[in-house]
Ligand binder design. Structure first.
Ligand SMILES: Cc1cc2nc3c(=O)[nH]c(=O)nc-3n(C[C@H](O)[C@H](O)[C@H](O)COP(=O)(O)O)c2cc1C
Length: 135
């Protein structure tokens, strides 16, 4: 299987653009391997948070969306990660795409999205955080 050669990769200046290039490459490769479009497009990602005093914690979430501002995940305010992100709005994400044998790491400041940007169908029960790369 053809792998990404990082030595010869034409790196994008903008890290989010670089993410998008790899994200699309991952889906192309998956389709190639399956011989059909994947039925499951959900992107699972680990998100590490920590308390103010530096106690770390890691779990999987679904990536809801990403755009040039960063990455969006949903979670409850009252969950451990929700509480961590309120007291220490920094997080790391780590994606692993088996077909490319690539991991993508993101260390970022985290912002709570406005309620307008939150999902109406979640009836305010979840908190959405955006995690921008390096902003
Ligand atoms: C594949 C997968 C996807 C998940 N997606 C989410 C998610 O989008 N949001 C979420 O809050 N928890 C999600 N969870 C559950 C979290 O991993 C975690 O168990 C839960 O949110 C409580 O974590 P916390 O107590 O550290 O906040 C997912 C779990 C798995 C295995």
């Amino acid at each position: 299987m053809e792998k990404i050669n990082f030595a010869t990769l034409n790196w994008e200046k903008d890290p989010i653009t670089q993410f998008e290039v790899l994200y699309q490459a991952h889906f192309r490769k998956l389709e190639q391997v399956l011989g059909r479009p994947p039925t499951d497009n959900a992107t699972r990602v680990t998100i590490a948070t920590s308390t103010k005093d530096g106690t770390p914690s890691l779990r999987y979430v679904l990536l809801k969306q990403h755009d040039n501002r960063g990455f969006i995940i949903n979670t409850h305010y009252t969950s451990r990660k929700g509480r961590d992100l309120i007291e220490n709005p920094k997080a790391s994400l780590c994606f692993y795409w088996k077909q490319l044998d690539v991991q993508v790491r993101v260390d970022a400041d985290v912002k709570k999205l406005s309620s307008e940007e939150s999902d109406a169908n979640l009836e305010g029960q979840t908190t959405r955080f955006s995690s921008g790369v390096g902003n």
